[in-house]
Design a protein around this ligand. Sequence first.
Ligand code: PLP
Length: 405
Amino acid sequence: MKKTTGMDRKVTQKWRPATQAVRGGTWRSDHGETSEAMFLTSGYSYDDAQTVADRFAGEAEGMTYSRLQNPTVAMLEERIALIEGAESCRAQASGMAAMTAALLCQLSTGDHCVSARAAFGSCRWLVDNLLPRFGIETTVIDSADNAAWEAAIRPNTRVFFFETPANPTLDIVDLQFVCDLARARGITTVVDNAFATPVLQRPMEFGADVVAYSATKMMDGQGRVLAGAICSSKRWIDEVLMPFQRNTGPALSAFNAWVVLKGLETLDLRAHRQSANAVALGRFMEKRIDAAGGHMLHPGLSSHPRHKLAMQQMDATGPIFAFDVGTRERAFALLDALELIDISNNIGDAKTLMCHPASTTHANMGDEARGEMGVTDGLIRINVGLEDIADLTEDMDRALAAAGI
Ligand SMILES: *Cc1c(COP(=O)(O)O)cnc(C)c1O
């Protein structure tokens, strides 16, 4: 393997994120292929016995088994780290594999974790159900309330875990405040940055310690494969994450890594265009939603309580927003009237997708947790894709009318 284009950090580190997304981490074989090669192999063979002994002892570089390293997966890890501006990255089998590993690799019985109440359904399940089973205490707070973060800290608080923007209510966390607070108290911040992607928001610039991704979403960007990633310092990845990861096995397949590598090449374009489409569609709808007694949850619109903060800490506000139309009947009528936009619970896709979180992504949490999170019966979440904005507004116009809005 020739490390011709992306592995020499002295050469590549100065590239900007959009360039890293296209070229960062590329290894080339002796064939000089332009597109990254897919290495579908679980094992490796060695020229002699000493070579493999040295690799197992950690005294020589080189691959030993694809649960630990794979050339295609390594290209993806290096590329994500370079876009993020992180020292190191490990790919994961899915976003939830990433979130689970990022928490369990560092928390033990008797530790305390503070988490945002607005979160992806399975992230809330980890905090509400999995961690307590192992004697890890958790406190769930309103992440948009800076004072609540400080008030929740206990002597045994080890981790702050949150998303921003959050799924599905688009709560915005004050990254600078929360990361500064955590650092001052020796707490590790784990930020789920799936909605924003490193193109639109880089939490490490505000002092975040660990940034975790569902790469299934914007990084793949075309709804094809499940994938995840965890970025942090080299020390944290090597010493805290790796003992957990190498032995529990949430490794990403080489095929999925290759698909995400190809997705990253267009991430910058997609993230900005989808953000622009999401703002345009939000502006088109806002007055009608308000007039019908509903409301928009859109960090790209000035009506969002933390719009200014979102604009400060993000380059653009991303493809996802939500809106409340009052009742489940209205929400279903709106969804059922769509002709172009799909009813789908996925996000980050180039296709525009809409779903009703209360009956899908957030259905398996209790009514109380759903209520406190703001996932009402009239809430609809939309992922705005790359279609022509005129076609999207026409479809939305018809669907709103069908719901009496
Ligand atoms: C989708 C999602 C996840 C989980 O990712 P998977 O790849 O589906 O496992 C975690 N966090 C957020 C914010 C997500 O949107």
